[in-house]
Ligand binder design. Structure first.
Ligand SMILES: *[C@@H]1O[C@H](CO)[C@@H](O)[C@H](O)[C@H]1NC(C)=O
Ligand SMILES: *[C@@H]1O[C@H](CO)[C@@H](O)[C@H](O)[C@H]1NC(C)=O
Ligand SMILES: *[C@@H]1O[C@H](CO)[C@@H](O)[C@H](O)[C@H]1NC(C)=O
Ligand SMILES: *[C@@H]1O[C@H](CO)[C@@H](O)[C@H](O)[C@H]1NC(C)=O
Length: 161
């Protein structure tokens, strides 16, 4: 691999690893359902506690949680899938009435100090469909990285000529 590419890749990896423990919070539409993906850094096998909630009209409504008591009407319409470094909330039959700020909060005792919290504003008309979205983003960032490193590559080659 060309040294410049290695450096660029290394920098990207370092930046991603250096960020907050919740690495990414994203939302998309899966059929009629809202899916909220909360990606976090999994360092150990320590137990994870989490809470998905939404904020609307100055009121916080808890959807799914291991920390507090959820609101039954929301809990009944949702589920959470837990996998390594990803918490995935699905809210069934999502409508504009469910628009608001969605919050992912998590705590892994021993791994981080304090709770990690991120939020995302969800508006139905602006949601992407789920399938392929994350792939597209990944492909785009690789493309971007390549494009960004091209001038550098040329500069390096020019100097070494
Ligand atoms: C984190 O990953 C380890 C394996 O690397 C796994 O045993 C553990 O269950 C994971 N933790 C969570 C909260 O998913
Ligand atoms: C959550 O609901 C979806 C849609 O009904 C289903 O495909 C998925 O298996 C459910 N996940 C869990 C963990 O129950
Ligand atoms: C969402 O996050 C931003 C930035 O961290 C914060 O200023 C804002 O108060 C949060 N909103 C809610 C509803 O928690
Ligand atoms: C992203 O790249 C993979 C393989 O490199 C490809 O299979 C996939 O179709 C691409 N996705 C999009 C949305 O272009």
């Amino acid at each position: 691999m060309h040294p410049t590419i290695s450096v660029a890749v290394l920098l990207t990896v370092l930046q991603a690893a250096h960020c907050q423990k919740i690495k990414e919070l994203s939302a998309c539409l899966l059929g009629q359902n809202l899916r909220v993906d909360c990606r976090y850094e999994n360092k150990t096998a320590n137990p994870l506690t989490y809470e998905f909630s939404m904020f609307k009209d100055n009121r916080k409504r808890v959807i799914q949680t291991t920390l507090n008591v959820p609101e039954n009407s929301l809990k009944a319409r949702s589920n959470v899938t837990l996998s390594k470094d990803l918490l995935c909330l699905q809210l069934f039959d999502f409508t504009t009435a469910d628009e608001g700020t969605y919050i992912c909060e998590l705590k892994i005792t021993g791994d981080y100090t304090g709770n990690q919290i991120r939020n995302i504003t969800v508006i139905k008309d602006k949601l992407e469909k789920c399938a392929g979205v994350s792939l597209l983003i990944q492909n785009t960032s690789w493309l971007l990285l390549l494009l960004l490193s091209l001038p550098l590559l040329q500069a390096v080659d020019f100097v070494s000529l």
